[in-house]
Design a protein around this ligand. Structure first.
Ligand SMILES: NC(=O)c1ccc[n+]([C@@H]2O[C@H](COP(=O)([O-])OP(=O)(O)OC[C@H]3O[C@@H](n4cnc5c(N)ncnc54)[C@H](O)[C@@H]3O)[C@@H](O)[C@H]2O)c1
Length: 377
């Protein structure tokens, strides 16, 4: 066994969806795994999930705790920081506390205790682009502002040019841009900045991963605040009309969790990734309505699918990532969205749905004013 293969990786949020698949991938490559997770009741049911392997060292604790992090960081060579808060609820300080402070703490402890950590990878998100960039017929490529409430209320969904107010055609998202515009994306971009800037300052190679929407088995059924595949699947399996927001024409790109786990392993092993950020996406835009149709075909849903004209405050219109930067390191998308949908639904069918979690999340978001109704159906 080579020296590399005996190295140890700490994965925060390692009991979760991306964390556990990343642990599987790295263990396959010969790494020792330590996971740290507080088994957040918003995500988990009861204790460590079944996919947590006996060979993984487990620490139950919170990434915000200094004492826990001192223990977790001791004796590891790499850190993959995935534990986070990630819904759209307006609990701003909790977002900063969990996502940003925990990242700062990791760097603080590595520097303070001169820990021999070889690399830190942080989980960012496609959300950091905000509305991204668009092409205006008059002004060319422009940065799109967050969509205004008065437009959304009238069912004008497309982002507009900040100079002339005309609708723009959305462009693919490229890593040189960012315009975080809600509590989640602000916290994710702050995590990126801490990693890339404080990493450089302290000579700790660091990488920030801007994941698109990640799909696959082990995605928590409980945390149904986001994730169209999870929400639509739950709704259709429970016989409820899927809540397709806006007009269903929002473009998204979806990436399989297996491809994400391979991307994490690749940047951990490849020095060319150091101090860089990377999009990790499926590379192809699919409308939310078309995703709903793919799910309906798999689930056997026969009713007509239509958008409900509601919208979520802080949501973005189109988000399709350009993945050429990561591809230039040799990474490839290996699983199509069709394959992911099939595998995900068969996984959900095997689980016991004790409650309609999608409905519960929707009701909470309505109560908090996150989901609002436009004047169009
Ligand atoms: N899933 C996606 O589509 C997606 C997209 C973009 C970015 N991300 C990012 O990827 C990361 C992982 O997301 P995921 O989809 O695997 O979510 P997940 O909920 O399945 O996993 C997160 C894990 O972190 C744990 N956790 C939460 N708060 C914690 C805390 N304070 N201390 C310790 N553990 C805590 C949870 O118990 C959970 O096991 C997050 O940082 C998220 O922002 C995910």
């Amino acid at each position: 066994m080579s020296t590399i293969s005996r190295r140890k990786v700490l994965i925060t949020g390692g009991a979760g969806f991306i964390g556990s698949h990343t642990a599987d991938e790295l263990e396959k490559r010969g790494y020792k795994i330590r996971i740290l997770d507080n088994l957040n009741p918003k995500t988990h049911f009861n204790g460590w999930p079944a996919w947590v392997r006996p060979s993984w060292e487990k620490i139950k604790g919170d990434v915000r705790s200094r004492a826990t992090m001192v223990r977790a960081l001791k004796g590891v060579d790499y850190v993959i920081h995935l534990a986070a808060m990630m819904d759209l609820m307006p609990v701003y300080s909790q977002f900063m506390d969990t996502n940003v402070t925990s990242t700062a703490l990791i760097y603080e402890l590595i520097a303070e205790k001169k820990l021999p950590i070889k690399k830190v990878i942080v989980a960012s998100s496609q959300f950091v682009y905000g509305e991204g960039r668009g092409r205006c017929k008059i002004h060319g490529v422009v940065n799109c502002e967050m969509r205004r409430e008065e437009n959304l209320k009238r069912g004008k969904w497309q982002p507009v040019c900040p100079s002339c107010g005309k609708e723009v055609v959305s462009l693919k998202l490229v890593e040189t841009h960012q315009d975080p515009a809600n509590q989640y994306s602000i916290s994710k971009y702050a995590q990126e900045m801490i990693a890339l800037k404080l990493g450089r300052l302290n000579n700790i190679p660091s990488v920030a991963m801007r994941y698109s929407i990640v799909h696959g088995p082990r995605q928590s059924l409980k945390d149904a605040y986001s994730g169209a595949l999870r929400i639509f699947t739950l709704q259709m399996l429970l016989g409820r009309t899927p809540s397709i927001y806006e007009d269903g024409g929002q473009l998204r790109d979806y990436v399989s969790v297996y491809d994400v786990a391979r991307a994490n392993a690749l940047v951990l092993e490849d020095e060319r990734a150091d101090y860089e950020n990377f999009n990790v996406g499926g590379g192809k835009g699919i409308t939310v309505l078309n995703l709903a149709k793919m799910i309906a075909a798999e689930v056997g849903w026969k009713e007509k699918l239509t958008a409900n004209g509601e919208y979520r405050v802080g949501d973005i219109r189109d988000a399709v990532s350009d993945i050429s930067k990561l591809q230039s390191l040799g990474w490839k998308v290996q699983m199509t969205e069709g394959e992911v949908v099939k595998e995900y639904i068969s996984g959900v069918r095997e689980q016991k749905l004790d409650k309609d979690y999608a409905k519960e999340a929707e009701e909470q978001m309505k109560k908090a004013g996150v989901i609002r109704r436009s004047g169009v159906k």
